[in-house]
Design a protein around this ligand. Structure first.
Ligand SMILES: N=c1c2ncn([C@@H]3O[C@H](COP(=O)(O)OP(=O)(O)OP(=O)(O)O)[C@@H](O)[C@H]3O)c2ncn1[C@@H]1O[C@H](COP(=O)(O)O)[C@@H](O)[C@H]1O
Ligand SMILES: [Mg+2]
Ligand SMILES: [Zn+2]
Length: 146
């Protein structure tokens, strides 16, 4: 099982065996966590990165609401439980080496607790050099390909 999805038409949540198989297939950190990126399903906007453990992943799949593990509070955390800014989860994908998850969600309100649309909105912290203006790198690259 590489993905799990729920939708408004889905009537049966994934079975305990399905969830167990998914958990078994994932690569967790030593703390038992997997990073989970939440992405707005229709716009592609990257909303936030949080962490799931086996239990929060199970709750996410069984309820359809994004549920994470808060590292600082050390508790299960249904995103939006207090703010109302819930995330309906449409699908869960694992990356190629199964150590990162991508949650396609439908976000209610702002994803970030500061009120910004995503946790990254307006937070560019660096702008690298334009590679097209770097002659020496361009010359090196040409040399490597001939
Ligand atoms: N609401 C959020 C929230 N929304 C998005 N994120 C992102 O999710 C990441 C969670 O990763 P971590 O495990 O490092 O979070 P944390 O620092 O342990 O979590 P907190 O103790 O800060 O809740 C954060 O770094 C943010 O980028 C949030 N991180 C924390 N919260 C807190 O969650 C609480 C409940 O908020 P709602 O879920 O919106 O009701 C509030 O106290 C918020 O401050
Ligand atoms: Mg944090
Ligand atoms: Zn944030």
């Amino acid at each position: 099982m590489t993905t799990a999805s729920t939708s408004s038409t889905a009537s049966t949540p994934p079975s305990g065996d399905d969830v167990a198989a998914l958990v078994e297939s994932l690569s967790f950190t030593a703390d038992g966590l997997v990073p989970a990126i939440a992405q707005q399903h229709d716009t592609g906007e990257v909303l936030m990165l949080a962490w799931v453990d086996a239990e929060s992943l199970r709750l996410t799949l069984e309820t359809g609401w994004a549920t994470y593990w808060s590292r600082s509070r050390a508790e299960l955390w249904r995103k939006g439980a207090t703010s109302g800014h819930l995330q309906r989860v449409l699908s869960v994908a694992a990356d190629c080496d199964r150590d990162t998850l991508l949650l396609q969600v439908d976000q209610t309100g702002p994803a970030c607790h500061t009120g910004t649309a995503s946790c990254f909105t307006g937070r560019v912290v660096a702008e690298p050099a334009d590679p097209r203006s770097d002659r020496s790198a361009a010359d090196e690259n040409r040399g490597e390909t001939t």
